[in-house]
Design a protein around this ligand. Sequence first.
Ligand SMILES: [Zn+2]
Length: 296
Amino acid sequence: MIEQQQTYRVGDAVVTRIPELLLHDFKTTGLIPDWQPEAAEPQTAWMVPGCLDEACTHVVVSTHSWLVRTPGHTIIVDTAVGNGKTRAIPAFDHLQEPYLQRLAAAGVTPDMVDCVLLTHLHSDHVGWNTRIADGRWVPTFPNARYVMARLEQERLAGIMEKDGPDAPKTAFYADSVLPVIQAGQASFLEPEGGEPLEGFTFYPTPGHSTNHMSIGLRSGDGYGFFAGDVMHHPIQIYRPEWSSVFSEAPERGRTSRDWALNHMADTNALVFSSHFPGSSAGRVARTEIGFGWTFA
Ligand SMILES: [Zn+2]
């Protein structure tokens, strides 16, 4: 069944989440090694059961894309895990999810998408870049320009050259990024970020990955912020010192998280997260003890 999809307005832009997976089997400390039940306890009243299970031992994690429609463009921010891909993480291996049907339910077919914006190149953010056709991986969105950080692409290309295309670290690059480049549809961002599409600004927020970027969307009076993997779970708004296990450089990631939290609060941004469960969207506000989160 394809459920009703919630939409958000950011100025003239309309933002819709395209869901993929909702994972319930991540242990709290499996996602965030520093997680301490006592320190999380003040937030459990609202986190259970949507973000944390009743026993407070497992977190809920979503994978999804954000569809953004502006008067001139149809954009996808991050492309989740994808179907039919060989992945070391069992929950991501050979998925068969009705992602494209969910996109269709939002009124969009793949040929309508003219831009794909990628916060970073990890397997759970680039999967629907491609789909299988006649035994080959081809761009899912044939008319789209795929925007990605040059440094991340170069790093992965280097690893693939050394380890080969089937190595667990680079299989996703070989099947989900390289075909887009070979099709001439990739466009690369320099490390300082920039505005590859009017209204969309990439801000470097490294740490989770080499050249991870978060994306601000300015439209009319509205401001939206696609945080990417600066955070994986809402608890990190209250405990920004807690890094996820997936962070490549936790110290840099912490600095980026602090910057992003201040930026989101200062701009009163409508925040579109990469992995929060529930609606995955909300706002960050300052509190007496730091920052707080409200789902939208
Ligand atoms: Zn991720």
